[in-house]
Design a protein around this ligand. Structure first.
Ligand code: 5AD
Ligand code: SF4
Length: 385
């Protein structure tokens, strides 16, 4: 008797959260004996972990999936699975299933734990010469612990601390596809990090992940929050740097700033997405801070952590954004002197408040503004260098 090696290939779209979740998908697949392979054509199981944050990300995933039609026709035994933020939108999942009859499994962001079961179901039906197609999107918010993880980012180790988002920024699809905030138990986080440190004696970087890390603990503890967690992690023995993302400016507290300033292990860089420099637009975005209160936090950070590197996300062309609003964004960018800017053109997402707003901005204007912003970033980099 001899074993046939089965290979898997995962394509990941989107943010660090997805990159890390693909490490969990890999863990689930390797637990079943699958081995990774470089080329998608060689894989017996092909997975797409998708993103929905902007239309472009969604289109790229759809394009990549569509390109597999021929391969699947030639090799019908391959299993094709699609999951992540795109499929968590049920109308999109339905559309995918109709458009691409060759997809075998569609699941969302909340039922990774069932991936193994889905694969087994497809395999059993195949053995019986039947074809089944699975579409299962979990709506209930939950935390799944103890999934195996195949860490694949070298010296970078990602650790989830909180899932979901309660903020409902008016442009953002995340609260719809990731559900409400739920913090992991601090013990689970600490023991995951201890385990990483035990297995890696040379210097590593640990990055805590959450849509809004500053909300950590609010849903679980009365008097234990993100600053406490940072403090406890820094007490762990080992040679590591600690980073985290993403921070909502309204929620970053003095306690957290104090931790950044005083803990040598915490990296002196912070991603603090401002999104816009116009109070009118910030209000329409439902960001719940003003330019002034944002700048106050920046000043506090700079006073306590003088060498801090700040980075940001900016959306241009939000509905109703005038030249004046955009100028205010440019002014803010210059004033803060960010070390890095991620500039995005507003992309209307089905089901969000901003998608239905009047005064949508034409693509040419969004394009022009994003280019101005990126040139401005280059100028700032030259000055900082
Ligand atoms: N259009 C454009 N950019 C968006 N972002 C989130 N939703 C949208 C959207 N609908 C950006 C924000 C966020 C980053 C992860 O993506 O700037 O901080
Ligand atoms: Fe989206 Fe706002 Fe939540 Fe960030 S804080 S994930 S931008 S809703």
């Amino acid at each position: 008797m001899y074993n046939i090696v089965m290979n898997y290939h995962i394509t990941t779209f989107g943010c660090q959260m997805n990159v890390h979740e693909s490490e969990k998908l890999a863990g689930i697949l390797e637990r079943q004996g699958f081995l990774p392979c470089e080329n998608i054509e060689d894989a017996d199981i092909i997975v797409f972990n998708t993103c929905a944050i902007r239309e472009g990300a969604q289109d790229r995933a759809v394009g990549n999936i569509g390109a597999l039609k021929g391969l699947k026709k030639k090799f019908p035994n391959k299993i094709i699975a699609v999951c992540g933020c795109m499929t968590q939108q049920s109308q999109v999942a339905d559309r995918l299933q109709r458009t691409f009859p060759f997809i075998d499994i569609i699941f969302g962001t909340k039922n990774f734990d069932k991936f193994e079961e889905f694969i087994k179901k497809v395999q059993i039906e195949r053995e019986n010469n039947k074809k089944i197609r699975i579409l299962e999107i979990e709506q209930e918010d939950k935390i799944v612990e103890d999934l195996p993880i195949v860490r694949s980012s070298g010296k970078n180790f990602w650790v989830n601390i909180i899932y979901g988002c309660n903020n409902f920024c008016s442009y953002c699809i995340v609260p719809y596809v990731r559900g409400r905030e739920r913090s992991r138990e601090r013990e689970a986080i600490l023991s995951e990090i201890e385990e990483i440190l035990k297995n890696n004696r040379e210097k590593i970087k640990i990055t805590l992940l959450g849509q809004n890390v500053n909300s950590y603990g609010k849903d679980r503890y009365q008097d234990y929050g993100f600053a406490n967690l940072l403090e406890d992690i820094c007490k762990l023995e080992g040679d590591f740097e600690l980073g985290f993302m993403t921070s909502h400016p309204k929620d970053i507290t003095d306690d957290v700033i104090h931790q950044i300033a005083t803990q040598p292990k915490i990296v002196k860089e912070l991603h603090l997405p401002v999104q816009s420099g116009s109070n009118k637009i910030l209000k329409a975005m439902n960001r719940k801070y003003t330019v002034e209160s944002y700048l106050e936090k920046v000043e506090k950070l700079r006073a306590l952590v003088p060498n801090i590197r700040l980075t940001t996300d900016i959306i241009v062309g939000f509905p109703g954004e005038t030249e004046e609003d955009f100028k205010q964004t440019c002014n803010l960018v210059e004033r803060v002197g960010y070390s890095g800017i991620f500039g995005f053109m507003f992309s209307p997402r089905e089901g969000t408040v901003a998608a239905k707003m009047e005064n949508q901005i034409p693509l040419e204007i969004k394009n022009k503004r994003v280019n101005i912003l990126l040139n401005l970033e280059k100028e700032i980099q030259k000055k900082l260098a």
